[in-house]
Design a binder for this molecule. Sequence first.
Ligand code: JD8
Length: 235
Amino acid sequence: MRFDVVTLFPEMFPGYLSQSLLNKAIEDRLVQVVVHDLRDWAQGKHKSVDDRPFGGGPGMVIKVEPVVEGIEAIQPQGAEEAHLVLLSPQGERLTQRVVERLAGHKRLILLCGRYEGFDERVKDILQPEEISVGDYVLNGGEVAAMVLIDTVIRLVPGVLGDERSAEEDSFSRSNRLLEFAQYTRPRDYRGHEVPPVLLSGNHEEIARWRRQQSIDKTAARRADLLADESPDDET
Ligand code: JD8
């Protein structure tokens, strides 16, 4: 799986990319992340990528030319044709179902905006899929792009190793429940004890207890997940 990230702030990515799971996936060549500086396609002596909005108003708008020319230059850089994603508060909400769909592409270009966003003609010309990571306001698309990468790579075969499958994760196709509570040593910390069933060695009973924990916690905190009966592979 290849990600091409297009951003005005490429220096935000190395710290994230050096995180253990992702770094290992990159070393194992399961995942490739290429970060591109949008300013490389800026025009003129001042290399400006943004300008004041027509019609007035606060802030700056990212110009159409560097974005269109940048994407046109990046698209043929990979062996695979890339699916273009624009991170935007106006996009479709990123749910695990959307993550599963995006993971079906071999290559994604993630276009990160800043300021007041892009000149509308970027969307008219490039027709990206617009994705939002949630209903709150970020300062730009970079953190959203990291969220998208983080969620999609979990579904790339081999990335998680074989100790655990993404199928078992909460919100996945086969599990719409929240995770059960986990404990490790010590058995007693300041009078807070580990539930005895987990120390029983009875694996059938442990599985039943965990399942019930998941159901109870989901009902109490996220009843909406239990109510969602929509089909898994809705496209
Ligand atoms: C991209 C600029 C800042 C600030 C309008 C667009 C995603 N879930 C999400 N929340 N916010 C974003 C996001 C915010 C962005 C940009 C994504 C580029 N901004 C806002 C208010 C004025 N701009 C996002 N994905």
